[in-house]
Design a protein around this ligand. Structure first.
Ligand SMILES: [Fe+2]
Length: 298
């Protein structure tokens, strides 16, 4: 009647939380009370769903997640539910991710889908306007929410399904493990305001301004960065971003791993960066991901 918790095999900063099938079974009934539509339309229903998730784990899951997500030494949890049985379908995974989110905070409105969450596919062919769905190129290390006004304290990424997949491993990097942090975060250009826009598919019709690096309440550097969206206004900013991009991708301290279907990466978005390796080419490639981004309650 409890989850297990351990260090990820590749990093002590990443905590792996496993849910047993017998505990997931106890979620089936309370989850049935809410349809996906009611969760989308009635925000309060997401809170009661989350409470039922916490209750299955004697109200210890919320504290554990909050502790991990707010601790600079960790900041990432990978949640691995044992979902071999078909009854744990995609709707179940949407509900589980929703429950996890609402134990931590409030999701932001996701303009790409007009909901509190987004589901999207990566396939063999793609005509979209961002790297998100480009299967055969790396999705370079970045944080989320760089181009929106809302704060993005945390992100959830859940793998809903995959078919004919080779490669495409998740890649994450803790800022304090990055060899170039001191060099880049102390560069005055990194503390200047940059203009951040976004391509059409994101449905955000404004631009924002903020620096790449700022400081948390303890004076430690935090980052808000993605390669595609800052609009450098001069040579100095352009060259800084190129140096930053190269220094992130060159890091030897990136952690990469295959994320099991049904599992969730739950990360603090200020000191963890995330990305994905390229997939191996396959005409039947299909992978679906769910994401939720939001702010902490407190
Ligand atoms: Fe992202």
């Amino acid at each position: 009647m409890s989850f297990s918790i351990s260090d990820h095999q590749n990093s002590k900063r990443v905590r792996v939380i496993k849910f047993k099938e017998s505990d997931l079974d106890r979620l089936v009934f309370p989850f049935k009370k809410h349809s996906i539509l009611s969760l989308e339309y009635k925000p309060f229903s997401r809170f009661s769903l989350a409470k039922s998730l916490d209750e299955v784990f004697q109200n210890k899951l919320s504290k554990t997640l909050n502790d991990i997500l707010n601790d600079r030494n960790t900041g990432t949890a990978i949640v691995e539910p044992e979902i071999k049985n078909k009854k744990f379908d995609k709707d179940f995974l949407v509900k589980l991710s929703t429950g996890l989110a609402y134990l931590i905070g409030n999701p932001n409105f996701d303009s790409m889908t007009g909901k509190y969450y987004a589901r999207f596919h990566v396939k063999h062919q793609d005509s979209s306007d961002s790297y998100l769905r480009k299967a055969y190129t790396n999705l370079d290390l970045h944080t989320d929410g760089t181009y929106v006004k809302e704060k993005t304290d945390w992100i959830i990424m859940t793998k809903m399904e995959e078919q004919n997949v080779g490669g495409g491993e998740s890649v994450i990097l803790h800022l304090d493990d990055w060899e170039y942090l001191e060099d880049l975060s102390s560069d005055p250009v990194g503390q200047e305001d940059f203009v951040w826009g976004s391509p059409k598919s994101k449905n955000v019709d404004y631009k924002v301004e903020h620096p790449v690096f700022s400081k948390d309440k303890n004076g430690k550097p935090v980052i808000s960065y993605i390669d595609q969206f800052p609009e450098p206004k001069n040579m100095k900013q352009g060259l800084f971003l190129q140096k930053l991009s190269d220094a992130l991708e060159q890091s030897k301290n990136k952690i990469s791993f295959p994320l099991p279907v049904g599992s969730t990466i739950f990360s603090n978005n200020y000191f963890w960066l995330h990305g994905r390796k390229a997939f191996k080419e396959h005409s039947g490639l299909s992978r679906e991901l769910l994401r939720i981004r939001g702010t902490f309650f407190n």
